[in-house]
Design a protein. Structure first.
Length: 456
């Protein structure tokens, strides 16, 4: 997965036995990150690793609370509430999701993202508060009775609006990153000069599966239409929650913005939440964060700027597309058949940047202009066959180390023996099922990312 927690001096709170336990928890999370990318081992290793992490965390919480009690720490009850929420609610629900999904990649990412983020945030704020190094973030949480009403209201709204059966993952969501998120901030103002901010976090797939389907969009991807429809739906969602609490001060919407994850983190870190709830909505994760109202000085009456919001949406989608493309590996498909080229593009373009070439000469030109991460080379081509093209690639100093897979219908002994000295990464049969071809390419990059090379 390419993630790793690096222990830094700022994580030390100055209490040796607690710092040492935190280091152990970091180490366990890092082991899970490492093994989660190993497809064959992931389910078994993750199952054992998660059990170990959970047992160790619960033991650590008990020891930490005993220490707090021994020094008469005033924030003990708040701290215990956070521990209980994580160990009694968050961890069991994350485990349940893993088991029900068969330890799929998305569920593992949820688990590791939430646990790693919670551990870092808790260490840097709540644990440091023990030594006076940081103020607790959760001092303004609403009472549990009111939290319960808000939770039930949100669960009911998610069902009524989207037919989703949801459950609470955390009552103290600390801004942890889960999957690919959309961060939407709404700012409300009251007549007597107070301001409140609500941040909704949607996993991208959740918007596609709910709002997208409601408006008949079958693309399966985020676009301007889905994002704009989601914006209005989100406003109605928040206002429906506010209306159910008539005793609260009346707030009017003043502005709305899409945030990057970094902007969301900064905003979340500098404010105190009244509610910060994380839900598993089945189709994806969803968080509802309402910040404590605070007085503001206004130069003039605030209004929602539609044009500005649409610019936000367009910029978000442009940045999203750039980021997604930047992460994609580049594949060059070399085949003289237009049918094969189209088939390979259709199969791979969702996860890879695809360039095509219909001859060896064209392939060398493409590789010179833009270096690919992998070449899929047809063995049987007129004029210059695959073996000759690979010889040309290996003879060019700048191209010699580019990995090549033969995409062919021939794996006979004579054909294979011709190209072994040229060190192809492997062979993909054109007659294989498309899913099998893609799986082999995915596995090659996974192994390469783990530093094991891609040779078959």
């Amino acid at each position: 997965m390419g993630n790793y927690l690096v222990w830094e001096d700022r994580y030390n709170i100055g209490i040796d036995r607690i710092d040492n336990e935190h280091k152990k928890l970091f180490h366990i999370i890092n082991k899970l990150f490492k093994f989660s990318g190993q497809e064959v081992k992931a389910p078994w290793v993750c199952q054992e690793g998660i059990k170990y992490f959970k047992d160790h965390a619960i033991k650590h919480f008990a020891e930490e609370e005993a220490y707090m009690e021994s020094i008469a720490y005033k924030g003990l009850q708040t701290h215990k509430r956070l521990h209980d929420d994580f160990s009694n609610r968050t961890l069991p629900l994350l485990e349940k999701e893993l088991e029900q999904s068969g330890y799929e990649k998305e569920a593992i990412e949820h688990f590791l993202g939430v646990c790693a983020g919670w551990l870092i945030g808790h260490t840097l704020t709540e644990d440091r508060a023990m030594t006076g190094g940081e103020a607790s973030k959760w001092v303004n949480l609403m009472p549990e009775e009111e939290q319960f009403v808000v939770k039930q209201t949100i669960i009911r709204l998610l069902h009524d609006m989207f037919r989703l059966e949801s459950q609470v993952v955390s009552e103290c969501y600390g801004g942890e990153k889960f999957g690919k998120g959309v961060y939407y901030r709404l700012t409300y103002g009251s007549a007597n000069g107070k301001q409140q901010e609500v941040i909704l976090v949607f996993e991208e797939n959740l918007l596609v599966e709910t709002v997208g389907k409601m408006i008949g969009d079958t693309s399966g991807k985020l676009n301007v239409v889905i994002m704009d429809a989601a914006r209005y739906t989100a406003r109605q969602f928040v206002e429906s929650i506010q209306k159910r609490f008539s005793s609260q001060e009346v707030y009017q919407l003043e502005s709305e913005h899409l945030l990057t994850y970094e902007q969301f983190q900064k905003m979340f870190d500098r404010q105190l939440p009244q509610y910060s709830l994380l839900f598993d909505a089945g189709a994806g994760y969803f968080a509802y964060c309402a910040m404590t109202p605070h007085p503001v000085k206004r130069k003039k009456e605030g209004t929602v700027q539609e044009e500005h919001t649409m610019t936000d949406i367009e910029k978000y989608l442009q940045d999203h597309a750039k980021e997604k493309n930047a992460r994609k590996k580049k594949l060059l498909v070399v085949d003289d058949s237009d049918t094969v080229q189209l088939a390979m593009k259709g199969l791979l373009q969702e996860d890879y940047q695809i360039t095509v070439a219909n001859s060896g000469t064209s392939a060398i030109c493409c590789m010179t202009l833009e270096r690919p991460d992998l070449v899929l080379l047809d063995y049987d081509m007129p004029v210059c066959d695959g073996a000759q093209v690979l010889k040309m690639i290996r003879s060019e100093t700048e191209l010699a180390d580019i990995p090549v897979f033969f995409l062919t219908g021939k794996v006979d002994k004579e054909s294979v023996s011709k190209v072994i000295p040229l060190k192809p990464e492997g062979y993909l049969l054109k007659s294989a099922k498309p899913a099998e071809i893609k799986k082999n390419i995915d596995r090659y990059f996974e192994k390469k990312a783990q530093g094991n090379g891609g040779h078959k």
